[in-house]
Ligand binder design. Structure first.
Ligand code: TXA
Ligand code: MG
Length: 322
């Protein structure tokens, strides 16, 4: 029973209109009662998130979705059956009395049922759907440990539930069901291949496509302070001899080049392990006062698509000729 105490306490805070950081299988979220507009407003303030960027609503059971939306298309039902609880978010037409602040005034709402036991208990104990973005200041990397949240938001949130490192490490996959064909708005913890194996071809929103229905897909998102470069050629590394450079490697490099610091996402090149380590590795490099981080591109298969998406959004758009 003792172990449930922090969850009980967190649920009391949510019920009273407070905000709580909590672990999910993807990243840590910063949650409030989705039906309490003032509590939700505090999330936007703490994150310095623009009000045009809607939040994901977290539920504890697929049955909870019905009360929040106008209807659930059959393809959405298939995906929910296949991937919930888990890292999949569905965007559906929202129900009549759903607070506008959560959805940024859009006619739609994004919903997911996380699989992390602490997240599920928190939602159940709070007895309400929980609106939660990732628990990071707007535009910065998502937190995958409670320490990441403490470092950036500690005194601004009412409680941080510590559930250890997030096992998946990249955010949920977001699929919208507003058009005839489902659309992938953000690649994430469930791969495109897995989704298409259940419902067939989906449309894909390219990264540059800053469509108003998904403002959080801003190209320059997840950015650390240090410039990350994804598009580089090792022939040109000599040009950077006087610079402090970090290397974000996907797997153990065959030959170590002269870097100030190296982070290996997965020694064996395991894509799941790499995703789980991604944000923490970038954070560590970002804390080293480097001039530049070079990242090793990986193939966009399975979780590789979500990893490359986050790296592209984190990477610098300035011309650095490498
Ligand atoms: O894994 C996750 O999804 C994590 C954990 C905490 O659940 N949450 C997360 O939330 O990544 P956030 O706020 O960092 O990203 C949510 C994304 C934003 O890009 C937002 O624009 C999009 O979901 N979104 C939310 N509601 C939407 C809607 N109605 N239509 C389109 N996009 C929406
Ligand atoms: Mg986020």
């Amino acid at each position: 029973m003792k172990n449930d105490e922090p969850i009980q306490q967190a649920a009391e805070i949510i019920k009273r209109g407070g905000i709580v950081a909590f672990p999910t299988e993807t990243v840590y979220g910063l949650g409030a009662d989705a039906f309490n507009p003032l509590a939700v407003a505090r999330i936007f303030e703490v994150k310095r998130r623009p009000y045009f960027d809607p939040l994901i609503v977290h539920v504890a059971s697929p049955a909870d979705v019905k009360k929040l939306v106008k209807g659930i298309p059959s393809n959405a039902i298939k995906l929910i059956k296949s991937f919930w609880p888990g890292p999949l978010t569905v965007v559906l037409l929202k129900g009549e009395d759903f607070p506008d602040i959560v959805t940024a005034g859009l006619p739609t709402v994004a919903i997911r049922m996380p699989s992390h036991p602490m997240a599920l208990s928190l939602i159940k104990e709070s007895n309400c759907p929980i609106a939660a973005p990732s628990a990071n200041p707007f535009g910065y990397l998502s937190p995958t440990t409670a320490d990441h949240v403490r470092e950036q938001l500690d005194d601004q949130v009412d409680l941080i539930l510590d559930g250890g490192p997030c096992p998946i490490g990249v955010e949920s996959t977001i699929i919208s069901f507003l058009e005839e064909r489902p659309r992938l708005l953000r690649p994430g913890g469930v791969s495109l291949e897995e989704i298409e194996s259940i419902i067939g071809k989906v449309e894909i929103s390219p990264i540059e496509n800053d469509i108003p229905s998904a403002p959080g897909m801003l190209p320059k998102h997840y950015a650390p302070r240090t410039p990350i470069v994804l598009d580089w050629d090792k022939k040109n590394l000599d040009l950077l001899e006087d610079k402090k450079i970090g290397f974000l490697a996907f797997q153990e490099p065959k030959r170590y080049l002269k870097f100030h610091s190296i982070e290996v996402l997965s020694k064996q090149g395991d894509i799941r392990e790499a995703a789980a380590n991604l944000f923490a590795a970038i954070r560590r490099l970002d804390a080293m006062d480097l001039d530049l981080i070079l990242a090793e591109p990986i193939s966009e298969i399975g979780l590789g698509r979500a990893i490359m998406d986050r790296l592209r959004r984190a990477s610098t758009k300035e011309e650095i000729n490498l």
